[in-house]
Design a protein around this ligand. Structure first.
Ligand code: S3P
Length: 168
């Protein structure tokens, strides 16, 4: 179906938001970044939500938003890195559209995250262990795009090409 959502997921630092915006612009679609939407609804940053209400409250907001967005059509959605690690969230998004997981090696992720002044609460812990622990959940997503050595534009092109193949 031509108006199914396009959902971009993957670990922190894989470029979901940048690539998602490019895909949305190119296809003339609305773009939603789930972290931005959760922060907007809560009236505070993701870091503040983690600090004041805890990660489990943040995951609750994510589950709710996941179902809300999956019920809509024609969106490009960039998820937070943990959203589709949850199996039921993954199922809901897979039923709503094309889900693409962006990949990068830990070295590439580290380089990208070091370049950004990051507010991400989970980067204070052992993020490499988290990446390893999530590997099976990310691998369960049928479409994978490697982002190493590619510009965001090129990654967006690959997602659009995939989208065109899938929707014809
Ligand atoms: C998280 C990733 C973050 C954000 C939150 C938790 C995760 O999103 O949702 O800090 O569990 O991987 P980005 O992947 O956009 O940084």
């Amino acid at each position: 179906m031509i108006d199914r959502n396009i959902v971009i997921t993957g670990f922190m630092g894989t470029g979901k938001t940048t690539v998602g915006r490019l895909v949305a612009d190119r296809l003339g679609r609305s773009f939603v970044d789930t972290d931005d939407e959760i922060a907007r609804r809560a009236g505070k940053s993701i870091r503040e939500i983690f600090e004041q209400q805890g990660e489990s409250y943040f995951r609750h907001c994510e589950r709710r938003l996941c179902r809300f967005l999956a019920a809509q059509r024609g969106l490009v959605i960039a998820t937070g890195g943990g959203m589709l690690v949850d199996e039921s969230n993954r199922r809901v998004m897979l039923a709503s559209g094309l889900v693409v997981c962006l990949n990068a090696s830990p070295e590439v992720i580290r380089a990208r995250l070091e370049r950004e002044a990051s507010e991400r609460p989970l980067l204070r812990g052992d993020w490499q262990a988290l990446l390893a622990q999530r590997a099976a959940a990310y691998a369960a997503i049928p479409h994978q795009v490697d982002t190493a050595d590619k510009t965001p534009q090129r990654v967006a092109d690959e997602i659009i090409a995939l989208w065109q193949t899938e929707s014809t």
